[in-house]
Design a protein around this ligand. Structure first.
Ligand code: NAP
Ligand code: ZN
Ligand code: ZN
Length: 353
């Protein structure tokens, strides 16, 4: 065991504060990483403030991790000491079920589900795990991603590990590309990556925002059009026209406003996980048009690597605002006001201050 500095929430109502956690000594298949940057996902906030229930405290959030490899076990082949590496939302799964076999470890059907980078196994069993708001982490090589971006881009790569893959996976699964009209709802951390990735995949991209000042930003991020979702006329102009809508909103809202915009056989994929349910969608709106509402969870390890390599090749990184670890609660408060442009990233050097 080695002790590592970290920031933890001790309960749902206490601000995050410095603490010390244990990391295991690297085993034969393990990779030890000094964390340089960690992105701040809205899921971190939902967790640290107990919004989803069932949270195990102390909680050390953070699943958008990039850093440098400091040690590897003798069976590790894919990375070496000195390499840049990433860790996303998953650090374990059964590795033998059908989903794991297809590289979709996030849907692991094993007895415990997947093992989250923080919060432990999906079924709540076993030990708690501590995420990226820390100086270092030790992870099985299978769950470590390689980074082809330049080192100077590293902070902007961190959010790809969750915001990037959570939007990439459904865009690929529902085949966003040339000839497809794709909507992205909520221009926050996930949404801004959804816009960039859907554009790079060749789709016609329309951003939906509740924030008037984000309309121009959405166009600058790569959207062909931007719509104020609270403006009925702007919404009506897109009725019945979308193949796919990716909805990243972190709060309950009226889904019918968006299913009305789908074409026949169109799908709206929900990736936002509000702390209380959406108002029930109208079934009629789905039946008349054979429309679907679906969900999607982060992404598997092979598709995460595919997304990282695609982003490196196309020069894609997240638009970030760097913060110090000590500023995390203020960052959460701004996130609740939709005031993030477009992802907070923690400079982990600040943990040493
Ligand atoms: P975020 O940066 O806070 O962005 C969410 C955006 O949603 C806001 O910027 C805002 O965009 C919009 N929004 C917020 N409140 C709204 C409201 N009341 N009505 C309408 N729009 C609203 O959050 P994030 O990190 O992108 O995460 C989004 C959600 O996805 C969270 O619930 C998170 O837990 C979840 N998540 C899910 C997965 C998965 O695997 N499915 C993975 C990661 C995160 P505008 O200002 O443009 O309206
Ligand atoms: Zn996340
Ligand atoms: Zn499995």
């Amino acid at each position: 065991m080695t002790t590592t500095r970290a920031f933890a929430a001790q309960s749902a109502t206490t601000p995050l504060a410095e603490t010390v956690i244990d990391r295991r000594e690297p085993g034969p298949k393990d990779v030890a990483i000094d964390i340089l940057y960690c992105g701040v996902c809205h899921s971190d906030l939902h967790t640290a403030r107990g919004e989803w229930g069932g949270v195990r405290f102390p909680s050390v959030p953070g699943h958008e991790i990039v850093g440098r490899v400091t040690a590897v076990g003798n069976a590790v082949t894919r990375v070496a000491v000195g390499d840049l590496a990433g860790v996303g939302c998953l650090i374990g799964s059964c590795r033998t079920c059908a989903s794991c076999g297809e590289g979709l470890e996030q849907y692991c059907e094993g007895p415990h589900g997947f093992q989250g980078t923080y919060g432990g196994w999906a079924d709540g069993s076993g030990e708690n795990t501590y995420g990226g708001y820390s100086a270092a982490i030790v992870v099985d090589e299978h769950f470590v991603l390689t980074i082809a971006h330049g080192e100077e881009q590293l902070a902007g790569v961190a959010p790809l590990l969750c915001a990037g893959i959570t939007t990439w996976s459904p865009l690929r699964h529902w085949q966003a590309g040339p000839g497809k009209k794709v909507g992205v709802v909520g221009i926050g951390g996930l949404g801004h990556m959804g816009v960039k990735l859907a554009r790079a995949l060749g789709a016609h991209v329309v951003a939906f925002t509740t924030s008037p000042d984000k309309k121009q930003d959405a166009l600058d991020l790569g959207a062909h059009e931007a719509v104020l979702s609270r403006d009925r006329d702007e919404m009506k102009a897109h009725a019945g026209s979308f193949d796919l809508i990716l909805n990243t909103v972190a709060a309950p809202h009226n889904l019918d406003a968006f299913t009305a915009l789908l074409k026949r056989d169109g799908t709206m994929v929900l990736v936002g996980v509000p702390d209380s349910p959406h108002p029930s969608p109208s079934v009629g709106a789905l039946i008349f048009g054979r429309k679907a509402i679906a969900g999607s969870l982060i992404g598997g390890i092979p598709e995460t690597q595919e997304m990282l390599d695609f982003c490196a090749e196309h020069g894609i990184v997240s638009d970030i605002e760097m913060i110090r670890m000590q500023e995390i609660d203020a960052a959460y408060d701004r996130m609740l006001k939709s005031d993030v442009k477009y992802r907070f990233v923690i400079d982990m050097a600040s943990l040493k201050d």
